[in-house]
Design a protein around this ligand. Structure first.
Ligand SMILES: Nc1ncnc2c1ncn2[C@@H]1O[C@H](COP(=O)(O)OP(=O)(O)OP(=O)(O)O)[C@@H](O)[C@H]1O
Ligand SMILES: [Mg+2]
Length: 214
């Protein structure tokens, strides 16, 4: 399955989410290819910091949309799961990725600016669907408030309901140091020590949901 993690908004957690999904699938025994579609090369950097840790994650950087599309078409069959960190802004990489992607995951934080950015993503989803293909698009809350009493999820659900192009995944990742600390070492929260059981459970729920869509 090809999963693109994308949002035109910067700093919403795209790289963190893409890295965690890719490693989680590799830990589950899948042959994974992580594509960094961002000129910043953060995902690629994280994988190089990961070094020779097992499981190894194949990672390539293609910030140019045409190159990304060509490489995906040529190499997709070699891998069981492909995760694309499409980078910020309305990039050619993001548009190219959307034309070949099965599932788009749009991380957003429960803040106004992030909610406004959903409008842009919704129109990119429209465009990709016009070109053909069967793109499924989901918004997911990242950096949600850790408090159990937080109203973030309810408010996010309301905000996402304004955009029929995307559905809200019921599996948020909350704001936890483990995500940032693990990613800084090229690790997923499933591998990071000391373990944060809540982060592990959140990531497991997200990945189970994404790869078992009906
Ligand atoms: N769930 C989380 N809990 C705590 N920190 C997080 C979480 N998700 C992301 N972060 C932190 O937020 C910052 C932005 O995350 P990240 O770099 O993944 O976003 P991005 O969308 O890829 O940004 P860019 O648009 O620059 O590519 C990083 O410092 C990251 O460690
Ligand atoms: Mg990034």
């Amino acid at each position: 399955m090809i999963v693109t993690v994308g949002n035109t908004k910067g700093g919403v957690g795209k790289t963190t989410v893409a890295l965690n999904i890719a490693i989680a699938r590799a830990l589950a025994g899948r042959d994974v290819w992580l594509i960094d579609g961002d000129r910043q090369g953060t995902a690629q950097m994280a994988i190089s910091i990961r070094g020779d840790r097992v499981p190894g994650i194949a990672c390539s950087t293609y910030p140019d949309g045409q190159v990304l599309r060509g490489q995906l078409q040529q190499q997709a069959k070699k891998y069981e799961d492909i995760v694309i960190d499409a980078g910020g802004r309305d990039s050619t990489a993001l548009r190219a990725a959307l034309t070949l992607t099965d599932v788009l995951v749009v991380p957003f934080q429960p803040r106004s600016f992030d909610v406004w950015a959903l409008a842009q993503i919704a129109s990119l989803v429209d465009e990709a669907r016009e070109v053909g293909g069967n793109l499924r698009a989901f918004a997911m809350l990242n950096c949600a408030d850790p408090g159990e009493t937080s109203t973030d999820n309810a408010e996010a659900a309301e905000a996402v309901a304004d955009y029929p192009q995307v559905a809200l995944l019921p599996t948020p990742l909350r704001r936890r140091k483990a995500y940032a600390n693990a990613a800084g070492q090229g690790l997923s929260v499933l591998e990071f020590k000391p373990a944060d059981p809540k982060a592990r459970d959140e990531l497991t729920a997200l990945v189970d949901m994404l790869f078992n869509l009906n």
